[in-house]
Design a protein around this ligand. Structure first.
Ligand code: CO
Length: 351
């Protein structure tokens, strides 16, 4: 079914947002097939796609079944139907982290990024600005990452999703900071997504890697930005958003603040100011499901720092998109900020 898209575009290449409509800054895509990465990039264990039917497939990693996916991942009309059902005008469409390839030689990872970034545009081109593509970059190599960011932007991408760490390197790694500075200089929004969580017998059951690992990973990333002095080294103009409500950071900001003052000898790191003074420097998405948790994010980080993200189309995502924002009992103006106003500023740099 073809969907006629008539939305006029606004600055930043995003579709016009109607009153009460939503910009969803946290969604993913997977293309319906891609070249053999072993042949295209080099030997090793790579992700591939097993097509099970017209609307179902399985992401494979080597011989292992990684994740079942559906047409929502690759089919624009399917996404539009779901968006229309939930009042979503615009989705930011980001890569699925299993394709980041940060553990590969940079040249191989750069090739993977090119392949998936170009495939993303096949999904988002022609959407009239309803599907806004964010690229992936070979973050293990800052020069290659900056080069692919520029190539992807020139091809039509509007932002970049990065994983929250590169092996043992956190977001305060010098190379990552160089990349963030470059993104700021290009006026490009950055979305930080947790990935590559710790495993082991205690975490490999009940989806514990997703339920406790992901929030902890994101918590650690914000911590690295603060205590690693990254917010002191990148321009204030950097627009950076953390997935899943910023993980557990906001809930434990008070503990961090106390530690910064009471055990500053080991806690302060490279930060020049107490952690609470950096909370205006980053945004988080809203996909925390519980209204009290969302209200705490708004109260702790500020009503300008929270915006709808759903994690569509994955099972731990929110449907209908934005439900928790609608249920939180926020003042009308704050609700409008969370539904679209903050995301518009995040994407375009403009009100
Ligand atoms: Co996600």
């Amino acid at each position: 079914m073809a969907v006629a898209v008539t939305s006029p575009r606004q600055p930043g290449g995003i579709a016009e947002i109607g009153d009460g409509q939503i910009i969803d800054v946290h969604t993913h895509f997977v293309p319906r097939g891609w070249p053999d990465l072993g042949a295209a990039c080099g030997p090793g264990t790579w992700p591939s796609l097993r097509i099970d039917s017209e609307r179902a497939a399985m992401i494979m990693v080597g011989e292992m079944e990684f994740r079942p996916i559906g047409a929502e991942c690759w089919d624009a009309p399917t996404r539009f139907a779901d968006m229309d059902a939930d009042g979503v005008a615009v989705q930011v469409v980001s890569p699925t982290p299993v394709f980041f390839s940060y553990d590969r030689p940079p040249a191989q990872a750069a090739r993977v990024c090119e392949i998936f970034n170009d495939l993303a545009l096949e999904l988002t081109d022609g959407s009239g600005g309803r599907l806004v593509p964010f690229c992936q970059v070979p973050l293990q190599d800052p020069d290659a990452a900056c080069a692919e960011l520029e190539r992807a932007l020139a091809a039509g991408h509007r932002g970049v999703e990065i994983g929250n760490h590169v092996g043992d390197r956190d977001l305060d790694d010098a190379g990552v900071v160089t990349f963030l500075q470059h993104a700021a200089s290009l006026d490009v929004p950055v979305f930080v997504h947790p990935w590559d969580m710790a495993g082991g017998p205690r975490l490999d059951r009940w989806m514990a890697q997703w339920l406790t690992g992901m929030p902890a990973e994101t918590h650690l990333s914000v911590l690295a930005m603060v205590l690693g002095g990254v917010f002191d080294r990148v321009p204030e103009s950097l627009r950076i958003c953390f997935a899943h409500g910023g993980g557990s950071f906001a809930f434990w900001l008070g503990r961090l603040e106390n530690a910064w003052h009471r055990r500053g000898d080991v806690v302060r790191g490279s930060s020049t100011r107490p952690p609470s003074e950096y909370v205006g420097r980053f945004s988080v998405d809203s996909v925390v499901f519980a209204p009290p948790a969302l209200r705490m994010l708004v109260e702790t980080l500020g009503p300008e720092q929270v915006m709808v993200g759903s994690d569509y189309p994955y099972p731990l995502g929110e449907r209908p998109v934005g439900a928790v924002v609608h249920q939180a009992g926020l003042p009308g103006e704050q609700q409008r900020q969370l539904l679209s106003g903050n995301a518009r500023r995040y994407l375009t740099g403009q009100q």
